[in-house]
Ligand binder design. Structure first.
Ligand code: NAD
Ligand code: TDX
Length: 342
């Protein structure tokens, strides 16, 4: 495999951070340039072990800052761009949609304009299954395929879907060599503790109430983050230009079952479970049909949920410093606003 220079945006976040580690471990001769604005969700601690790696460069930069992004492309001439940078939390998009539109849509445009200007082998957009909206609980036979119509529920998913449409338009109109992946819910190390699994682990360890939205019966399709990294690795090297690939592993679980499993693993009582007001517009069920990526690229998840969740809980137990620092900082203001009356 020839040497590549890859710009990874959002690499100080959860999935982007895992992807940086994955790529540096797998490809000894690749150069990875991480571009991240270090918003509340970006954390340099996630990258501390690779900061001195000669194949790695970190650049603090906002993807909506056109001049700086163009200068960086001029300097780096990347072969591949993988865009993870995004505002990613649905609840925050309900409280304040503006920044979601700016980063998720305009940021995508800026990156693709830079790719057009300086040339690119591949621009990869990391999207989400949320662009398909949701499925009813009483139709377990239904799954999202790549041809399921876009039908978004939250400002977050609408911004991601808008970006996807823009990416497809740049391919058709400007022949930009793009691919898009739409993955189901990820879990694993470095997951910011505002999202379901790490939030429940952190609260259970602190004997705090576990806030479950609505009836707790909403279903998500969980994939271990390293398997998402593997899927993107396959797509950027072997995926067909212009194509969308769904990524998932057929692992549907209700929220309440996940919460109970975490409590059991940590030997904490179910009395900590507290049902709270439902999320506005709350999607009922996500379920990915991953047949295309399996058939075309041979993708199959390598980590079963039973193992992945154990490894994840263990990681949070062994890396308290990583998440306790977050809980003591700016995130705490958000938590107060979101769950203050608990
Ligand atoms: P995250 O919130 O943990 O990380 C996002 C990163 O992007 C942070 O490091 C943040 O600092 C950075 N960022 C935000 N705005 C920026 C800007 N304007 N310029 C530069 N950097 C900026 O998110 P995540 O969960 O790792 O998600 C990564 C991507 O994967 C997102 O595009 C998300 O839509 C998608 N996705 C996530 C999931 C999931 O389960 N978490 C599932 C499918 C798809
Ligand atoms: O406190 C909570 N209580 C609760 O019941 C939180 C934070 C969540 N939930 C529920 C809402 C969802 O049904 O748990 C489920 C998962 O919630 P999140 O972790 O917020 O994830 P979700 O909304 O499913 O979106 C995630 O997957 C798709 C990512 O955050 C997105 O970035 C990705 O696109």
């Amino acid at each position: 495999m020839s040497k590549k220079n890859i710009i990874v945006t959002g690499g100080a976040g959860f999935i982007g951070g895992n992807f940086v580690h994955y790529m540096l471990e797998k490809y000894a001769d690749y150069r990875i340039v991480c571009v991240d604005a270090l918003t509340y969700a970006g954390n340099l601690d996630t990258l501390s072990s690779v900061m001195n790696n000669p194949n790695f460069r970190f650049v603090k930069m906002d993807i909506t800052d056109r001049d700086s992004i163009f200068k960086l492309f001029q300097e780096e001439h990347p072969d591949i761009v993988v865009n993870f940078a995004a505002e990613s939390h649905v609840d925050r998009s309900i409280k304040d949609p503006g920044v979601f539109l700016r980063t998720n849509i305009i940021g995508t445009q800026v990156l693709m304009d830079a790719c057009r200007e300086f040339g690119i082998e591949r621009y990869h957009q990391v999207s989400t299954d949320e662009v398909y909206g949701d499925l009813p609980l009483d139709r377990p036979d239904l799954f999202f395929t790549e041809s399921t119509p876009i039908h978004t529920s939250s400002p977050y998913s609408a911004s991601k879907a808008s970006a996807d449409l823009l990416v497809l338009a740049y391919h058709r109109t400007f022949k930009l060599p793009i691919t898009i992946s739409r993955c189901s819910n990820n879990y694993g190390p470095y997951h910011f503790p505002e999202k379901l699994i790490p939030l429940m682990i952190a609260n259970a360890l602190a004997d705090k109430p576990l806030p479950v939205y609505g009836d707790g019966l909403n279903v998500r399709d969980w994939l271990y983050v390293k398997d998402h990294c593997l899927a993107i690795d396959l797509i950027i090297h072997q995926g067909r230009v212009g194509e969308v690939y769904n990524v998932g592993g057929h692992n549907e679980m209700t929220n309440i079952d996940i919460v109970k499993l975490i409590l059991k693993a940590l030997d904490k009582p179910e009395s900590l479970i507290t049902y709270v007001k439902d999320r506005a517009g709350h999607d009922r069920r996500y379920a990915i049909d991953p047949a295309k990526i399996h058939k075309e690229l041979g993708f199959l998840p390598t980590t079963r949920f039973a193992d992945g969740i154990k490894m994840t809980i263990q990681w949070y137990l062994e890396n308290k410093g990583w998440w306790e620092k977050i809980l003591s900082g700016e995130y705490q203001n958000y938590y107060e606003k979101m769950y203050g009356d608990l």
